[in-house]
Design a protein around this ligand. Structure first.
Ligand SMILES: [Zn+2]
Length: 255
């Protein structure tokens, strides 16, 4: 009983033999894959895929660096599209802040405003939010507090790279953390798995990225089995029990 709460199924890496790709996931015990859109074009593709395959659950997103490329008409349109499809989706994501490549203060301020707009939309439609926060972890926490997102109890931090102190604060605030498939080779991921109680852990692949084997690409949702195995060791539990708990978390939060 496996679930991948964060994958990019609309990316070109999966275009070749998509039905075969989906079959492989199903045969490996994957019950649900949350396909995260990143921009208007990708959001449309995610909705189409979710209509075609029951295993795919759609999340519509607004990836920070993609949003900066939209003009003043495209941007409101992108948010309206998400709102219009609110009954079809299980979450809003992937959204967030990314300061890794931005240099100008103007871009930073713009991204912050966009993130705030999105969080207000999240509260308006009442869905969970899946957040990316590269090199902007403290700012993300500050904004989440300012927008009173704790009250929603539906905040998911995906692939979180912030310090231990922030992970502990996230635990206190009741955030969910995804544990990606790079857990075997990534100390940060292991730290999250150790600190966050199993009731707030979700599995993800970020496919096509973060393959358990660094030399391989693309990653696939069925590799969440690797995360389950590692989680079982860290939590000193049976793998089957871990996967049931994670699946329950997925159901409670998204369905
Ligand atoms: Zn992603």
């Amino acid at each position: 009983m496996l679930v991948d709460c964060h994958a990019h199924l609309d990316f070109e890496e999966f275009e070749k033999d998509f039905p075969g790709f989906i079959r492989r996931q199903e045969e490996s015990g994957v019950k649900a894959i949350i396909a995260n859109g990143v921009n208007p074009e990708s959001n449309k593709k995610v909705l189409v895929l979710a209509e075609q395959y029951k295993i795919i659950k759609p999340a519509l997103g607004a990836y920070p660096t993609d949003m900066l490329k939209l003009n003043s008409q495209e941007y409101p349109g992108a948010l309206k599209f998400i709102e219009k499809n609110k009954d079809k989706i299980v979450a809003i994501g992937e959204v967030g802040l990314d300061f890794s490549e931005q240099t100008s203060d103007n871009d930073i301020n713009k991204s912050i405003q966009i993130f705030r707009d999105i969080l207000r939309l999240v509260k308006k439609i009442g869905k969970p939010v899946i957040i990316h926060s590269r090199k902007a972890e403290e700012k993300v926490f500050e904004i989440l507090e300012h927008e009173r997102m704790d009250e929603t109890k539906k905040v998911v931090l995906h692939c979180f790279c912030g310090k231990k102190k922030l992970v502990r604060l996230g635990k206190e605030r009741g955030y969910y953390f995804t544990v990606p498939t790079n857990i075997g080779r990534n100390q940060q991921t292991r730290m999250i798995a150790e600190i966050i109680p199993l009731s707030h852990v979700l599995t993800e692949t970020d496919s096509p990225y973060l393959h358990p084997d660094k030399t391989k690409f693309p990653n696939e949702p069925r590799n969440v089995a690797v995360t389950i195995k590692e989680l079982a060791i860290i939590k000193k539990m049976d793998a089957e029990e871990v996967s049931q708990n994670v699946f329950m978390n997925y159901q409670r939060l998204f369905l």
